[in-house]
Design a protein around this ligand. Structure first.
Ligand SMILES: NC(=O)c1ccc[n+]([C@@H]2O[C@H](COP(=O)([O-])OP(=O)(O)OC[C@H]3O[C@@H](n4cnc5c(N)ncnc54)[C@H](O)[C@@H]3O)[C@@H](O)[C@H]2O)c1
Length: 458
């Protein structure tokens, strides 16, 4: 079959895989290939057990794989054949050298740019899908034009706004698609080609365009604003606990103001995920670089409050359980950084598990999708950790349960049965405020929500 366009995506991760699956699904007239240097990951994408869990993803991949969606490791071949190349490689926080702990590590990104430069034999549009520091497209352009072979490259910024756990819905019905380009004739032409792809299913008024730098910066700013909301409500939860105010009522009263809005005001044990912290730190680094120290400090405090919230949760557990956790068995309900994903990158559960292990507690971890990653995260320090799929079995013989992920499954458990199987006094620390605290208290639990008075039998 002759396809209208050949699209390539470099990087078959949480973004590259689902994003390309949706493009292939919505646009049968395009051939979409996803490549990665990690052959195991590619093999998983070609198997029945996909490397990414997202509600609805399996069905879509099964429909389009082999039709117009292909996964392989032939990066050079893919570059040669494609007219449009999405780059969706990882851009983690740098762990070494200048900017360590703050700046984005651009080694994977640069490697890709050089590979494109070496292999390309015809003009191409390069689309930045990864989240990058503002002005990275300029570096990409410089690398691509360093090989004076006369090939034209247009670099666009098209940051991805999907949220893990709701990726398929976010991709099918995005609030907006953002495309940044140079405001030159060829930049605008390249932009229009990308607009044409999205216009296959996204209403045109939701496809917004800007210059390249604004687009790059918008992604960092959007994540910083989202994380800031979480840190804001979490900071108020600490004050609620000291004053017997109730965070649910406060969030409701604040959020019903239409200027504020009621979404993303859920109190929690802290935010996680591979993006929020990394992107804010990247923003902080950029501000520091431009000597905007007050701005840098402002955004750094969002991460600081997040650290504080995670630490506070552990300290509350220790205090509530008579100031010692030595030898106590604690069950973690949930390890994923949020519900409906198996992703545990930067999950607050990792921090909490490590702290509880330091306190010499014994842990049982349960999670419907994230146990494989949990084992990897705690590898080497988990001699006193066990992993169990079934939450009822996991809680048997435990002194306490800590709810760390807001899986729906945990809302509807038979807590009477769980209570009967636990050591008394039995504790529940609800790090997501998803349970019926009064009911748990009536069953006999000592209940410690976030941002509300504890319900104890002492
Ligand atoms: N995960 C999210 O929710 C999310 C949302 C929006 C944006 N982003 C951004 O998208 C980017 C990708 O994130 P992710 O979560 O998909 O990362 P990921 O780690 O899941 O996937 C990245 C993939 O790129 C591959 N890769 C790296 N260098 C390569 C190279 N030179 N050639 C071929 N393959 C290479 C890796 O092997 C890996 O499989 C990041 O910049 C991230 O900030 C992520």
């Amino acid at each position: 079959m002759n396809f209208e366009k050949n699209i390539l995506c470099i990087g078959a991760g949480y973004v590259g895989g689902p994003t390309m699956a949706i493009i292939a699904y919505k646009c049968p007239q395009y051939r979409v290939t996803v490549v990665d240097m990690n052959s195991e990951r590619i093999a998983e994408w070609n198997s029945d057990d996909l490397p990414v869990y997202e509600p609805g993803l399996d069905k879509i991949v099964k429909t389009v794989r082999g039709r117009n969606l292909f996964f392989n490791t032939e990066i050079e071949q893919g570059i040669k054949e494609a007219e449009i190349i999405f780059v969706s490689v990882n851009t983690p926080t740098k762990t070494f050298g200048a900017g360590a702990g703050l700046a984005a590590d651009l080694q994977y990104w640069e490697k890709t740019a050089r590979q494109i430069c070496q292999c390309a034999q015809s003009p191409k549009i390069i689309v930045e899908k990864s989240t990058l520091p503002v002005r990275t497209a300029l570096a990409m352009e410089r690398i691509l034009t360093s090989n004076d072979n006369g090939i034209r490259f247009d670099v666009l910024s098209n940051p991805e706004f999907l949220a893990e756990g709701t990726a398929i819905n976010d991709l099918e019905n995005p609030d907006r698609v953002l495309i940044g380009s140079r405001q030159t004739e060829s930049g605008l032409k390249a932009r229009d080609e990308l607009v044409e792809i999205y216009a296959n299913w996204v209403p045109i008024e939701r496809i917004i365009t800007s210059d390249t730098w604004s687009s790059e910066l918008s992604k960092l700013a959007a994540n910083a604003f989202l994380a800031q909301r979480i840190s804001s409500i979490n900071s108020i939860s600490a004050l609620c606990e000291k004053t017997d105010a109730n965070i649910t009522d406060v969030a409701n009263a604040v959020g019903t103001d239409s200027r504020v809005g009621n979404r993303f005001l859920n109190v929690s044990v802290g935010f996680g995920g591979s993006c929020f912290e990394k992107d804010i730190l990247n923003l902080v680094y950029l501000c520091q670089n431009y000597a905007l120290h007050e701005v840098a400090d402002y955004w750094a405090s969002v991460v600081k409050i997040n650290e504080y919230q995670k630490n506070r949760f552990v300290l509350n557990m220790i205090t509530a359980m008579f100031n010692t956790l030595v030898g106590k068995k604690i069950c973690l309900f949930g390890f994923a950084f949020k519900a409906n994903t198996g992703d545990t990158r930067e999950s607050p559960a990792i921090f909490i598990a490590k702290r509880l292990i330091e306190e010499k507690a014994e842990l049982v971890v349960t999670d419907p999708k994230a146990l494989k990653n949990a084992r990897i995260d705690l590898n080497g320090i988990d001699s006193n950790v066990s992993y169990m799929e079934d939450p009822y079995e996991a809680a048997v013989g435990c002194h306490a349960i800590a709810i760390l992920t807001e899986w729906d499954l945990y809302r509807n458990l038979e807590f009477e049965k769980i209570y009967r199987s636990m050591i008394k006094p039995a504790f529940i620390f609800d790090g997501r405020n998803i349970l019926d605290h009064k009911k748990l208290f009536q069953i006999g639990f000592n209940v410690f929500p976030i941002g509300k008075p504890a319900l104890t039998h002492f």
